[in-house]
Design a protein around this ligand. Sequence first.
Ligand SMILES: [Cu+2]
Length: 379
Amino acid sequence: MLGLTTIVLAAGLALAGPATAQNTAAPAAANAPTEASAGGAQANSSAPATADAPAPAVADPLLNADGTPKTAPQAGIGMPVDGHITLQQQVTPNGREAHWFHDAILLPLVIAISIFVLILLMWVIFRYRRAANPTPSKTAHNTAIEVVWTLLPVLILVVVAVPSIRLLANQFKPAPDNAVTLKAIGNQWFWSYEYPDHGGIELTANMLKEKDQVAAGTRYRTEADGPRLLATDTRVVLPVGVPIRLLATANDVIHSWAIPAFWIKLDAVPGRINETSFTIEKPGVYYGQCSELCGARHAFMPIVVEAVTPAQFEAWVRAKGGTMPAVGKPSAATPAQPGSDATDDTATPANGTGPVVNAIDVPATTNQAATANPAGAGN
Ligand SMILES: [Cu+2]
């Protein structure tokens, strides 16, 4: 009986959901058609539409007329490098701190401890083997050594804990009010994005396929787009030098939004919004991938961020039909987690019914439709 009640309740919620979403998402919905039509006119959103679509009112300042990006990535920056075995070059303060922590503290410490233990083992094996030491010592305790082997590891852990906890705290420091909010939404198997503080710009990013994998006339990956399996048809555009508030959620299963060069890996969980922040220090193109096993095409939902100057970012926002938020205006998108003190289900129903707000318009988009590539099915 309880099961039946649950099903009925769930069905009721599902039916009520879209209505709630429409109410809460009115501003976003108003922008959506504009964005959709503008997107249709851009080669990066839908390749087949390129041929006969009219030119957009304001051309995307970051794209060429044929939809390819103007900015090519810099070799070895923001992407993996053949034969490279340590962290990617970091372009955020947290990333640099983590890189330093890894290279200057953890790695030397791990190597020193391993060598020390190896030497001790070798010494015991050779010096105290039966042939060299036929009558073993009966010593069972040595207070001095026991104090050392207890205190030394404790001291080492304390030394490691200080920078470790500092880094952890920095990673979860809430973004300031002037941050640019980017909402990343994981889908099987592509990413969609929203800029809630910039007039609700929405993007959908699909992986670009190779030339021999797509039908003639369809956009495929070029060197300007980036490495194979990492390039997307639409890039996330973010300003440098400005804190970014990253919100991550998902529509279906758990995904994870990760860019190694930013020191960012944030789980995107359905019905929940995870938040972190970072500041990109250098303009450039940076690549990442979904980092949570999310199904058959998990490996084919890359992430590309193009970091530009704030002026270029503003021009891009305007070209996308978005608006710049008033100076000093706090983000409207700062989420309250379910169960937190800040959660107020009456004022912001989206918090109590996470999946509903996530579901706005997005399910209509599919990987195949956006790339217009039938080869993707069941791949
Ligand atoms: Cu995924």
